[in-house]
Design a protein around this ligand. Structure first.
Ligand code: 3PG
Length: 186
């Protein structure tokens, strides 16, 4: 249903969320992440340079890295991801209008939710691997613990406010397989 996003989540418990401003940052980023044993990155669409950064990162390191795109909010974004053959897509929210494009892309994708109603809407669409965002503003690990009792089949990838001190608490939850954050590149 989500083009096997679970394979990405299973293999990469820590997903760095990065914003790239210029070409020089790419090699540095690759080296920094590799030295931590990380081989996966989510590049956000928060800068004008983002698409170029994604293409460059892919062409340089596609053999050793899974390169994902964050901040997916439109059909146009999904089309560009298909053109660039990225490894996964992450959306900050849940948008049923993107369902067909997401599923037909063939690229693993992770939609975002924060509330019980959004989780139920995602389940209705047939999606059970969900980004929990922004985790720190919607109850963090405590909310996910509650969700584990209510939505037993849903697996979350929390992001937002996760850091070196609290990430293990999230990873220890039964409904968390992996998580994301910018602290991994700071
Ligand atoms: C994201 O895009 O997933 C988050 O902005 C990452 O949040 P952080 O910067 O608090 O880790």
């Amino acid at each position: 249903m989500q083009n096997n996003i679970e394979k990405i989540l299973e293999s990469h418990p820590l997903i760095p969320v990065v914003t790239i401003h210029k070409e020089e940052e790419i090699k540095q980023l690759y080296e920094h992440l590799s030295s931590q044993g990380i081989s996966c990155v989510e590049i956000t669409l928060r800068t004008d340079f983002a698409w170029e950064a994604i293409a460059l990162f892919k062409s340089e390191y596609k053999d050793s890295f899974k390169v994902g795109v964050g901040t997916i909010t439109s059909v146009e974004h999904i089309k560009r991801c298909v053109e660039l053959e990225v490894d996964f897509m992450v959306s900050p929210g849940l948008c049923p209008a993107l369902k067909e494009n997401f599923e037909k892309s063939g690229i693993p994708f992770l939609p975002g939710v924060s509330t019980p109603s959004e989780i139920m809407s995602a389940m209705e669409l047939g999606w059970r691997y969900l980004k929990f965002f922004p985790a720190h503003l919607f109850g963090g690990a405590k909310a996910l613990k509650t969700y584990s009792n209510v939505f037993k089949e849903v697996i979350f990838c929390p992001t937002g406010g996760i850091n070196a001190e609290n990430y293990q608490t999230f990873l220890d939850l039964p409904n968390v397989m992996s998580l994301g954050g910018s602290w991994l590149v700071k």
